[in-house]
Write a protein that binds this ligand. Structure first.
Ligand code: IPD
Ligand code: CA
Ligand code: CA
Ligand code: CA
Length: 264
């Protein structure tokens, strides 16, 4: 598989940042950690990786804007392009020594996500997608799972931090879903949840309370792998709504029906 110049720029930046994350993962006990809110941590590892990503992408594509989890929004001189960056998706896992975390970088061009990279340093898994060119895991084409029966499906979900989002709704939704599916998982890294739907490991996934940096790359990944993506209420713009529901065409439709039932 030949990588486009854009994909080379993105993967080079991500691999560079991943070396910093890997070093810090080996020394988690020495990292400076602070809280954004109850149960919502940020560490020096998040900030270092974000700085590397920003500097590297800025050098290769000067003028593009940024939407970053830690540093926030930086307007670019090129107003048609901006990067959506999550330097460490799954900070809680990372800080607990759980090897389920990733870097996620998506590129928006004129309001559309056109390229995405999600990299899992602990497993050395690189997920990439470009609009119209398919999705790949370590250079092999990936597709969403073909299962059509919820009872065979593994469905992933995510729950909001303490004090954020509606935990009651989360409980009603999980209660509605668990009675019909083969298995449920809550692994704590939204970008990887999406990448796993794209490569068929998870059959479906939903979550509320997400941001553009969590989802931009993953949404493209799922769509380019043949999947269907909406917000958690079935609307067409997950990033605007901050929620997501996805899977193959049947799984996504069935999941949305259960979520609707839970909402009443
Ligand atoms: C979090 C993870 C988690 C999801 C949270 C996100 P972070 O991202 O993706 O799975 O449930 O909503 O905030 O803060 O670790 O980058
Ligand atoms: Ca965070
Ligand atoms: Ca995240
Ligand atoms: Ca993060």
């Amino acid at each position: 598989m030949i990588r486009s110049p854009l994909m080379t720029v993105m993967t080079d930046a991500v691999m560079k940042a991943s070396r910093s994350l890997k070093r810090d993962f080996g020394e988690v006990e020495n990292l400076q950690v602070s809280r954004k809110g109850p149960g919502d941590f940020v560490s020096a590892a998040d900030r270092k990786a974000e700085k590397i990503l920003r500097e590297s992408l800025e050098k290769s594509r000067p003028g593009y804007g940024f939407v970053m989890e830690e540093e926030g929004v930086i307007q670019g001189t090129d107003t048609s392009h901006r990067w959506h960056i999550d330097p460490l998706d799954g900070t809680t896992n990372f800080l607990h020594g759980l090897p389920q975390f990733a870097i996620s970088v998506g590129l928006e061009r004129d309001g559309q996500i056109v390229a995405g990279v999600i990299y899992d340093p602990a497993k050395d898994e690189l997920f990439i997608a470009e609009r119209g060119k398919g999705a790949y895991l370590n250079n092999r084409r990936i597709r969403v799972a073909a299962r059509s029966d919820l009872a065979d499906a593994v469905v992933a979900c995510g729950l909001p931090h303490i004090g954020k989002g509606d935990h009651g709704l989360f409980l009603r939704e999980t209660a509605a879903v668990m009675g019909y599916v083969g298995g449920m998982r809550r692994w704590g890294a939204a970008a990887l949840d999406l990448a796993y739907v794209a490569c068929g490991r998870f059959d479906a996934y939903w979550e509320r309370g997400l941001n553009s940096w969590d989802m931009a790359a993953g949404i493209l990944m799922v769509r380019e792998a043949g999947g269907f993506v909406s917000d958690a209420d079935g609307g067409s713009d997950p990033i605007a709504k901050g929620s997501i529901a996805c899977g193959n065409e049947i799984m996504q439709r069935e999941l949305l029906k259960l979520l609707k039932k839970a909402k009443g």
